[in-house]
Design a protein around this ligand. Structure first.
Ligand code: NI
Length: 192
């Protein structure tokens, strides 16, 4: 199966749950069935991620409380105007990643990186995380992998893994900053 071609040609855009929806605070359940239903969900999550466009999307963000997320920290996004005159993105050089049932077995160093979240559109802030991580996970066929990551890839893994534990990136900030950004976001949503 040409997975990449498949989700580019067909896929469903899933509704992204916004903060402070209670599902974003739940600890998600492990994935136990590696079947076509799971792979359909993965395809639709990747499709939704690229349409957003974002770097990562966790299952709780599309209303599924499962320990699964998709990421792509490599693809190119170019803003273009389409034939109808709408602003859109031309995407290329995809490197889709699917991470299921992740377990972090190592953390090293520190990195400060400006994060955003598809569940908190318009909010960006520097978050301190481990620079290097080691993660064990399963792919969508249930095969086990171990990987070492650093930099933005490591940041994204940690941000998405937090979603599986019911944590949005605001929780990683000082109480003062968290409350300020929380208020700012809720106000922007009320006006939208
Ligand atoms: Ni997020």
């Amino acid at each position: 199966m040409n997975f990449l071609e498949d989700y580019q040609l067909e896929g469903n855009i899933l509704e992204i749950v916004k903060y402070p929806n209670p599902i974003l605070k739940k600890v998600a359940d492990p994935v136990t069935e590696f079947n076509d239903e799971l792979r359909d969900l993965v395809r639709d999550m990747l499709y939704t991620l690229y349409k957003a466009p974002g770097l990562g999307l966790a299952a709780p963000q599309v209303g599924k409380s499962l320990r699964l997320f998709v990421m792509d920290t490599d693809y190119k996004r170019e803003e273009i105007t389409d034939a109808k005159g709408n602003e859109t993105y031309d995407l290329s050089e995809f490197n889709p990643r699917v991470i299921i049932n992740p377990i972090f077995t190592g953390h090293e160093g520190e990195i400060l990186y400006e994060e955003g979240c598809l569940s908190l559109p318009g909010i960006f802030e520097n978050v301190k995380r481990a620079d290097k991580v080691t993660v064990e996970y399963q792919d969508m066929w249930g095969n086990k992998h171990t990987e070492q990551a650093e930099g933005v890839y490591s940041v994204c893994l940690q941000h998405e893994n937090d979603h599986l534990d019911g944590i949005v990136f605001l929780e990683r900030l000082s109480l003062l900053k968290k409350n300020l950004l929380r208020k700012k976001f809720l106000k922007s949503q009320a006006l939208a």
